[in-house]
Design a protein around this ligand. Structure first.
Ligand SMILES: Cc1cc2nc3c(=O)[nH]c(=O)nc-3n(C[C@H](O)[C@H](O)[C@H](O)COP(=O)(O)O)c2cc1C
Length: 322
């Protein structure tokens, strides 16, 4: 039997506009072990875009690149490039329900075309030695039976052994992406059932998970947990992960020290044209629940976007925290 990968034991979900390189750098200060995901990057952006969509900081490891696409050749090319650049994993997005994504024929709508997804994963895995994994939902629209999910998994199984499953289905029309993360009910049991029925697969669960206790609870049934919104909005959660979830002898970093640990990175990024706000917006929730948190957030929101704003703005914001 294949040993489930420790890489996927705990991860922070790919989130467009949120898990950019600055966010990931910050999260890495809070947890050394967690697998980080990029935002979804389309094959078109990588192969034909003007920017370097594969850029990341070497401190971000372990890091997975999430790809969006449905052309096996293009995906294989991107996978190869990603491996050359040093990514630790490549993940295919079969979970995103937005209209834009459906028009490009990628994301959750591909659940209805398992054969094509299998071709994509096979083409990618042929090009690389690093794992190619799949992030999916438990169903789409009326195709929401357990048998449908099993059929999907079984079609892909010859080519990948790792699935991250968002434990709710997606409605492909009628709901916004945000509603699709809230309205369809969570069904954790269905994901547990997958692990029971396919014990050789690495199954990670995602959706609505918020606390260390909940993470531990899920890990009794599946191999991994992926957390999205809570990790972003309440980053202090991440300071517990290395010790509580990876059993490492590590004390949680103090949040003030975590912010100060960002200073050299901030200095360096500012000289490369970033605005302070590009970095600090990801840190706003770090003092949640603590006295002065509101003033911290407000001060940064009002000042960090200004031209020329630098470390002194962060230092001033920190004076509100007691
Ligand atoms: C702002 C935002 C952007 C997202 N972008 C992506 C994405 O690029 N790729 C993807 O697979 N899922 C995306 N998701 C979905 C998350 O990865 C995750 O599956 C979902 O938020 C459920 O997990 P959570 O309840 O822990 O947040 C996004 C979610 C949010 C909130």
């Amino acid at each position: 039997m294949l040993v489930p990968s420790r890489l996927n034991r705990f991860s922070i979900a790919p989130m467009l506009d949120w898990t950019d390189k600055h966010c990931r750098y910050f999260h890495r200060i809070l947890t050394k072990q967690t697998l980080l995901y990029t935002e979804m990057v389309t094959t078109g952006a990588i192969l034909f875009g003007k920017g370097d969509y594969l850029a990341f900081n070497s401190k971000e490891h372990p890091l997975s690149l999430q790809l969006g696409g449905s052309d096996p050749t293009a995906l294989a090319q991107c996978a190869k490039l990603a491996q050359e650049r040093g990514y630790d994993e490549i993940n295919l997005n079969i979970g995103c329900p937005s209209d834009r994504v459906q028009n490009g024929m990628f994301g959750a709508c591909l659940m209805a075309n398992a054969e094509l997804v299998a071709k994509c994963v096979a083409a990618m895995q042929e090009q690389v030695d690093i794992p190619v994994t799949v992030k999916t939902r438990i169903g789409i629209d009326d195709q929401d039976s357990y048998a449908f999910l099993c059929q999907f998994i079984e079609t892909l199984m010859p080519f990948t052994n790792t699935f991250i499953v968002h434990a709710r289905k997606a409605w492909l029309s009628g709901l916004s992406p945000k509603e699709n993360r809230e309205v369809p009910p969570l069904d954790y049991e269905r994901v547990y059932q997958l692990k029971q029925d396919y014990p050789h697969l690495t199954i990670a669960i995602n959706g609505g998970i918020k606390t260390i206790d909940e993470i531990k609870q899920h890990l009794q049934y599946v191999d991994g947990v992926m957390v999205g919104r809570e990790a972003y909005q309440n980053p202090m959660l991440l300071t517990q992960i290395d010790s509580q979830i990876f059993d490492l002898d590590r004390t949680a970093i103090d949040p003030i020290l975590a912010i100060k640990a960002l200073y050299p990175y901030i200095e360096q990024q500012l000289t490369h044209g970033a605005l302070l706000n590009h970095i600090m917006r990801h840190t706003l929730g770090i003092f949640n629940g603590r006295k002065g948190a509101k003033q911290w957030r407000r001060y940064l929101s009002e000042n960090a976007h200004k031209q020329g704003a630098g470390i002194e703005v962060v230092e001033q914001a920190l004076t509100f925290i007691s």
